[in-house]
Each structure stands twice: as C-alpha cells, then as structure tokens.
Write a protein that binds this ligand. Structure first.
Ligand SMILES: Cc1ncc(COP(=O)(O)O)c(C=O)c1O
Length: 394
C-alpha cells in the first residue's frame, strides 16, 4: 500500500513490539517472565481511582478545554513548585495524552524540515522517530558506560551545529537509569542557553532515584524558563500508564502552539483521567514512596543476580526501574548480537527483555524490574540456566 513518506520513515515502538511478542507467548499458555514492560506493576492508588469514579458519577464525561481542565493545570504547576521549586503558571502548562504526546507536540511545533535534535545514546526508543516524523534529523551523542551513561556539558557543546534546535535530556534515563547530577545538568543547561538551543527535559521518572540521588528538575533554576521545555507524566510516578495523562511546562507562546496542534488532533486528554490526575497531584504521596522502596529492593537483587552470572557486567543505575547489563563478553561464537540473544531468551527460557539495539546500544539488554520479587528470582534462575547451557554448547 502506498503510504506517506513520513510514516515509512519510522518504525513501531520496539518496546511495544517486545510486549506484543511476549503477549503472544502468554496467550499460548506459556509462563513468560516479563522484564519487558516500561510500566509500574503496582495498581493505581485507591484515592486516585476513587477520584475518577466520583468524576464519572458527577457526569464529568464531556469535552474539556484542549489544554486541560483549569484545576489540573494549576495542580501540575503547584505540584512542580512544591517538588522542585519551579515557578510555572497555568498558562505555561498543557495537559496531553501522556508524556509521549507532550514530547510529540513540542517537537512538532518547534522544528522545521532538516533541523537537528540532539539525542544522547542510549535513548528512549520514541525520541528519534518523533524527530524523524516531524521532518527533523536526530543527531546522536554517545554516552559512555564508564561515565555511568551520564551526559556531559562538553559533549553537548561539541555536538551543537548551525541547525541544532533542541537537546533532549531524559534523566533518570530510560533505558540506562543514568541520572545527571544537578551541577552537570546546570552546565548542560548553560550550554543550551548560550548556544540558543532548547533543552527538552523529560522528567517522567523523576521520583524513582536511588542512593545519593534526589528528585531534581532543571526548572528550579531561576532564569531557565525561556530555554526549557519540561515534560512530566502521571504514568510512572503514580502508576497511571493506562490513564494517559502527561504535561508540558514551557513558555506561554510555545504552550499555545502545542494547544493549537492538539486542538487539531486528539483534543483534550480524557476528562475522567484528568480529574483523577488532580487527585494524584494534590492528594497523599505515600504510595510513591512505597513504590520507590519496593523498586530499591528489587534493584539490588537483580543487579546482584545478574552480576553473579559469568560474562555479564551490570552497572548500578541511579534511577528509573531498569537495569542495563552488558553482554559483550558472551557474544561472538554462538549468539552474534543482543537482538539475537533477546530472541533466544524468549524462545528457550521464556524471558522477555528489550535488546539494546532498540535504544541505539548494541551489546546491552534492558530489563525492567517493575515486576514482583518472585518473578525476578524466577527470571534470574532462567538466565543462569540459559547461559550455563550456552557455555556448555560446543
Ligand atoms: C523516557 C520516557 N519518556 C516519556 C515516556 C512517556 O510516557 P507516557 O506517555 O506514558 O507519559 C516514557 C514511557 O515509557 C519514557 O520511558
């Protein structure tokens, strides 16, 4: 079928493709240990669900303003101020159908064909394709495992060219879990400001940080507004992936352009979900701390378990809920690539993982530990068995 060139320039999200393949196995009754999903395994907290039920009972089921209901735009700004010390006003906030949609809109209203967008590698799968769909060119900045995959300001300075329009920075990072420390974040921001490049800061995992790291937003910097697009989401923080509520905080003219685009595509995010999001942002946050505590335990276990398998090296990610182990020492004779490894793990041991190739980083696999400790134990057992038999093969 003849389709538009721009749709042929992009691929189906590889993480969603892994999920679909794992689902096909599960549908055949196979017990898959699923390290694939980029979503919390906890239910949405009760008080948030109740707010949605109340919204339904009050018949709040009609169109809302495209940019979101006024109480939600205010709640987002107030929450962001309380959490990070930013100073956004509701007219600098747009509610979108998830954080991905907010990123899509921001990029589409900012770039012209041929404009370049800097993307650190490894990257979240959707960044390059969103840029390509908008007619832009992704330019990659490779971050190093030895630096914990943390982007450095000098790298950004070197990578900026005459057509560079945006730097996307996702900290904590999906897939590496890297967290850019505040002092380096500030240096990166200063490079962007000096060179006239937008900094698009994707904070979707802001509240899942471990060890010394603390939730941080570059929007806390006093004069950052004119150079910054902050993307956030209820998906991960409040375990609300299916509700589809995200947002962008940005200068008012940019927000207005994003609202215009949204008004000609999705219109508003779901009315009921918006009311639930108000409760998420204004209600108690204990559930977020409880999820974090559980992730922290699982993270320790999965790192230790992977490191115990000869040939796997696993850095300690400071954020999100992923580990990103390296398999270079195990590739070569039998299995040539991590794409092939991921396939074989699913076929032979029914373990679902996402190959590093999807994130621009061959040699790695992404494992989500947003799954129960029991499943993690079972998965580690299967990993051990797989590599034992692989090393025993002639
Ligand atoms: C880095 C990153 N940004 C943004 C998103 C978008 O999430 P949502 O559209 O559910 O808000 C995701 C989801 O996986 C993500 O991993």
């Amino acid at each position: 079928m003849q389709l538009a060139e721009r749709i042929n320039a992009i691929a189906v999200s590889p993480t969603l493709a892994v999920m679909a393949e794992a689902e096909r196995y599960k549908a055949r009754g196979i017990d898959v240990v699923d390290f694939g999903p980029g979503e919390p395994d906890f239910p949405t907290p009760e008080h948030i669900k109740r707010a949605a039920i109340t919204a339904l009972e009050k018949n709040l089921t009609k169109y809302t303003p495209t940019a979101g209901i006024a109480p939600l735009r205010k709640a987002i700004c107030d929450w962001h101020t309380a959490q990070f010390g930013s100073t956004y006003a509701p007219n600098e906030c747009v509610v979108s159908v998830g954080g991905k949609h907010a990123i899509f809109n921001a990029i589409n209203v900012l770039i012209n064909p041929g404009d370049e967008v800097l993307i650190p590698v490894p990257y979240w799968v959707s960044f390059p394709d969103i840029v390509k769909y908008a007619g832009g060119r992704p330019e990659y900045i490779k971050t190093e495992a030895k630096d914990g995959f943390r982007l450095r300001a000098e790298q950004v300075d070197r990578a900026i060219g005459p057509r560079t329009r945006i730097l996307i920075l996702n900290s904590p990072c999906n897939p590496s879990g890297a967290v850019v420390p505040p002092d380096e974040f500030l240096r990166i921001y200063e490079v962007c400001k000096r060179r006239g490049v937008w900094l698009l800061s994707d904070e979707c995992y802001s509240h899942f940080v471990y060890g010394e790291a603390r939730p941080y937003s570059i929007a806390s910097v006093a004069d950052s507004k004119p150079h910054l697009i902050t993307i956030g989401s209820c998906s991960k923080t409040f375990s609300m992936t299916g509700w589809r509520v995200g947002y962008a905080l940005a200068p008012a003219p940019l927000v207005e352009a994003m609202v215009k685009l949204q008004s000609q595509s999705t219109s508003n995010a779901t009315s009921i979900a918006q009311h639930a999001a108000v409760e998420a942002l204004t209600g108690p946050m204990e559930s977020v701390g409880a999820m974090l505590a559980e992730y922290a335990k699982r993270r320790e276990r999965i790192i230790a378990g992977l490191r115990a398998i000869r040939g796997i090296t696993c850095a300690e990610p400071q954020g999100a809920f992923y580990v990103f182990p390296n398999f270079d020492a195990l590739l070569g004779t039998g299995i040539q690539s991590t794409a092939e490894l991921a396939k074989q793990l699913l076929e032979k041991e029914h373990i679902a993982v996402v190959p590093g190739e999807a994130f621009g980083a061959a040699g790695y696999l992404r494992l989500s530990y947003a799954t129960s400790m029991e499943r993690i134990e079972e998965g580690l057992k299967r990993f051990g068995r797989f590599f034992q038999s692989a090393s025993a093969a002639p």
